[in-house]
Design a binder for this molecule. Sequence first.
Ligand SMILES: Nc1nc2c(ncn2[C@@H]2O[C@H](COP(=O)(O)OP(=O)(O)OP(=O)(O)O)[C@@H](O)[C@H]2O)c(=O)[nH]1
Ligand SMILES: [Mg+2]
Length: 366
Amino acid sequence: MIGGNSVGKSCMLSRYINGHFPESINVTIGVGISIQILEVEAGVKVKLQILDTAGHELFWKAICYSLPQSSGCLLVFDLCSYNSFTYVKQRYTEVCDRVRPYTVLFVLVGHKCDRKDQEVNQEEVEEFASELGVPYIEASARTVLSVMDLTLWQYQFRVIMLGDSTVGKSSMLKRYTEDLFLECINQTVGVDFYVHFLEVEPGVRVKLQFWDTAGQERFRSVTRSYYRNSVGGLLVFDLGNRKSFENVQQWYAEVCERVQPYTVLFVLVGHKSDRVKAGERAVDRTEAERLASQLGAPYIEASAKTGHNVKEAFELLTRRVYQGIKCGEIQLRDGWDGVKSSAPTAQILQRIQNSEAAEKNKSCAC
Ligand SMILES: Nc1nc2c(ncn2[C@@H]2O[C@H](COP(=O)(O)OP(=O)(O)OP(=O)(O)O)[C@@H](O)[C@H]2O)c(=O)[nH]1
Ligand SMILES: [Mg+2]
């Protein structure tokens, strides 16, 4: 990301990565690095290493060293500062010179488009962009206008994995996010982190942030601190291990106690269903279903080893949370990170109304 100082590069990045607009100014020194994973098409994930450069002249020389290592560049200027537009024009030529013989692809961003006091003439910018063959987009990190197009997600849900050690929580996540299964035991230490994207309905993409907690008691004080900012919980037990089933109630109670006044929605997973075929079932389906209904959660049996129902378990939970938001059971609140939205409230409501209208039409047609 390149642009003059105070044009809002770090704010754009913060909105993109965290869904937040930081009100306080925090001047970048040198270069800041952020990582984001983006599914550019079904099954193709890109790891973005974003270098947020300092706009101050003082740091330009240092920034020049990282230029030949870059494949893309957002040229950001402030629509309310003509100088910042002149600045990116100059930098464009300089960047092209420095990266040679490699190629960098650019996008020109007119930032702070929410403001009325704009100094930069749109026609002039568009002319400049078309001369260079660079796409131009106007954006606002404050209101999320267009940054949403860059983020490609409208909601972020935090989901926590719960259950005794070795029931297969990490294995389920590995299967879901990487389609991998490892036979060896690799117990989680503290908390691990995974990301996945899911389109819950056409045009509504959810970024799922998974907190994979360690089932071992000795990590409980660490893992407990993650309960409060979760909106979904996968309660996992091993179908071949009765004790892990009996402990589900305890996991459930512990989370419920700590998330007040917020709501966490659960799915109960009878895991390692491949063991059932081998005659190792220690928990009946009816018994598990009874517990699930006591907890107000759907029940599903899955296996990370064979891949059976793993995707379905995660998607069941994600859609349940999404429905919870639509019907008001879950509310987005300041200071709570269980759900974040990159869309302004008006857009969310509009989208919900549209999808409800579409559903009504569908049922009328029947
Ligand atoms: N048969 C079978 N074994 C599995 C399955 N999933 C995981 N395992 C095995 O169970 C063991 C423990 O799996 P993990 O995913 O590490 O368990 P965990 O719940 O994350 O454990 P902690 O991190 O200690 O809380 C590993 O040896 C896996 O290979 C499954 O679906 N079927
Ligand atoms: Mg684990």
